[in-house]
Design a protein around this ligand. Structure first.
Ligand code: HEC
Length: 477
């Protein structure tokens, strides 16, 4: 390092380096000695960073069109999916990217675990990885709601309800997430802000810390290497490991692009909160947890939602503190590896039970097929733009329209307010219960004394205009 720092660069790079210290920074991040040399087993960390950047880029494109409100979110996502050039493709790459991230994360953790690469002064490195794990799961959870289709709405309703089960603070957490009792625009904007600002900012920061801690601890190397004092000859990260990382990252992008192209990620019909028959199902990586929570109804939920997951998460995070031996070969660590395998088998088993429940129960199976069919049909249907205003405006009666116009041009609105809501003079809304059309016509032709005192002039409008004006006033409700 110190040798390298003294090297003087020339040209533009030298100019820039003198002013920014970029050379030292690049060395600090990339010039990593790897004991035993580059390997494909080490690619997962870099691949994760690569997919994360892909999520950032595709996410920026999506947010160019997306509107986080209960009224518009679904239409804007439908617009992206059906109208925008390559919109459906970008959205699919982003949506499948979340699965790719979870898969790579599991591979990265598994590799670190099996290689015992968390051992030897790597506790903080491991903990920062745990924080990243949690943040990625939060990204998956918050992103799922944003399309505001049936699936998104009901899965998030279940998710936020589960958070509400936590004793003492549950109700508070739930209303914090939802922005109130029910789910609506406030929920969407909270999830949106978390998904595009708060959590990504956290991920950027923690990735930087994670890489820094990794560089400080150094690459652990193969399983027979000592984690603190490596003996094997080292090879630099650049170029061979970089090439391996790049090959794998490009391979992942190619696979995702292929899947996105051949199986566009679906958007279902718009969320309908009053649909009581909808069967909510989360994304595949949340299914085991979803199934697990079913076993803890009512008073037991405290155990199932808080205590047991809390113990598992805590044990997982404290792994490098619990497992102090420097032995790294998996076959010499039967308890650690056995526990890890058991947890995976349990998650896999829960997923299988959930799948089996859904497909063996005829009512569920029918409902799930109906839901899938509804999504397919929605995808096939052409894009329907939003009609401005909540409901299409009622057809306007030409006589009333004429009367409304006269109400303004004759100066009535000047005293009685816009649409007769009242101003300096009494409101006219509901006046039909006081005067019928005939009486009204007479009054307007010859206003009563109190009206004349207030400056209201007799009307000299032609008969049909007067009739239209009267019809309009009588229609004010
Ligand atoms: C210069 C102000 C002024 C203008 C302009 C005016 N009004 Fe009036 N209007 C009054 C006043 C003052 C009253 C009586 C308020 C009261 O009851 O003391 C009144 C009363 C009325 C009433 C009876 C309300 C009631 O509750 O009994 C009707 C109907 C009415 N106006 C219709 C109209 C129409 C239609 C026009 C337009 C052609 C019009 N006014 C223009 C001042 C005005």
């Amino acid at each position: 390092m110190s040798e390298h720092a003294k090297t003087k660069h020339t040209g533009i790079y030298g100019w820039l380096d003198e002013r920014t210290g970029i050379d030292a920074l690049i060395n600090e991040t990339l010039n990593e000695p790897i004991p035993g040399g580059a390997r494909f087993a080490y690619v997962f960390g870099s691949a994760l960073i690569f997919i994360f950047l892909s999520q950032v880029v595709t996410g920026i494109f999506l947010s160019l069109y997306y509107v986080p409100s209960a009224d518009h979110a679904h239409t804007t996502v439908a617009y992206i999916t059906k109208q925008v050039a390559a919109g459906g493709f970008i959205r699919s790459v982003h949506a499948y990217g979340s699965s790719a991230m979870v898969i790579l994360l599991l591979l990265h953790i598994t590799q670190t675990f099996l290689y015992g690469a968390y051992k030897g002064k790597r506790e903080v490195l491991w903990l920062s990885g745990c924080v990243l794990f949690a943040l990625v799961l939060c990204m998956a959870f918050t992103g799922y709601l944003l399309p505001w289709d049936q699936k998104a709405y009901f899965a998030t309703a279940v998710g936020t309800n589960i958070a509400g089960e936590v004793p003492f603070v549950g109700a508070w957490i739930k209303s914090l997430m939802r922005g109130g009792v029910d789910m609506g625009t406030l929920t969407l904007s909270r999830f949106f802000v978390a998904h595009v600002m708060v959590i990504p900012a956290g991920i950027f920061g923690v990735i930087a810390a994670h890489v820094l801690f990794f560089r400080k601890a150094g690459s652990a190397g193969p399983i027979n290497e000592h984690p603190v004092e490596p003996k094997l000859p080292a090879e630099m990260f650049y170029p061979r490991q970089v090439v391996m990382d790049a090959i794998v990252s490009l391979g992942i992008i190619a696979v995702m692009a292929f899947i996105a192209k051949t199986m566009p990620f679906e958007l279902g019909p718009k969320a309908n909160p009053s649909d009581t028959s909808y069967l909510p199902r989360p994304e595949w990586y949340y299914i085991p947890i979803f199934q697990w929570l079913k076993y803890w109804p009512g008073a037991l939920s405290f155990l199932g939602v808080v205590v047991i997951p809390g113990i598992v998460a805590f044990a997982f995070a404290s792994l490098p503190f619990l497992d102090r031996s420097m032995e790294r070969r998996p076959w010499k660590r039967p308890i650690a590896v056995g526990t890890y395998v058991c947890i995976f088998l349990a998650l896999f088993g829960l997923g299988a039970v959930s799948y089996n429940n859904d497909h063996s129960n005829p009512v569920y199976a029918k409902q799930i097929i109906a839901q899938e069919k509804a999504s397919e049909d929605f995808m096939k249907a052409p894009f329907e733009p939003e009609v401005s205003g909540a409901a299409p405006a009622a057809p306007v009666d030409p006589v009333l329209a004429k009367g409304a116009k006269l109400f303004e041009t004759q100066g009535c609105s000047g005293c009685h307010g816009d649409k007769g809501v009242g101003g300096v003079c009494p409101k006219l809304i509901g006046i039909s219960s006081k005067y019928n059309a005939e009486r009204m016509t007479a009054l307007l032709k010859k206003p009563a004394a109190n009206m004349q005192d207030g400056g209201m002039m007799p009307s000299d409008l032609p008969a049909d205009d007067l009739a239209a004006l009267v019809a309009y006033i009588e229609s004010l409700k």
